[in-house]
Design a binder for this molecule. Sequence first.
Ligand code: 5CA
Length: 160
Amino acid sequence: MHPTTAAFVATARDLGIEVVPRTFPEGTRTAEDAAAAIGVDVGQIVKSLAFRAVHEDGSTAVVMALVSGSNRLDEKALAAVAGADHTERADADEVRAATGYAIGGVPPFGHATALDVFVDRDLLAYDEVWAAAGTPNDVFPLTPDDLVRVAGGTVADLAR
Ligand code: 5CA
């Protein structure tokens, strides 16, 4: 197992979930790649998207949106639920600093810093969803209920 994925599994165990990752050498960097590799609906793939929430007073905080692979994130909805004026896409360095992971492998929880997490309600329609396990080749299945619980997420209507 890739050491980054092994570290994520250990972090997840501390958070109360037994993660069993699967490795796909062909790659799971995007939701479409992951769905094709695993053989599930793209809507079952959890995109872990980091955004900069910009508040009225100019302060910023990175927040995490967990979005169904078949949806486009509505940034206005994210800003509203995050109590921000607007949001901006985090850049690669910010993603790495806030989550501890590189784009393409960012897991939905177990981040390097405490991030507010918002979960796309459409993910709750599935019995099982799949998320990144730390690298662009490793993913793991879980129930939407576990996703919300372990991420400490707030369920919201995030699709546009
Ligand atoms: N492993 C897959 C499926 S679980 C995965 O991580 N998908 S993802 O959607 O969570 O991560 C890829 C996302 O990172 C893209 O949808 C895109 O929104 C974002 N991204 C890609 N490149 C950049 C970049 N240069 N800066 C900021 N965000 C980016």
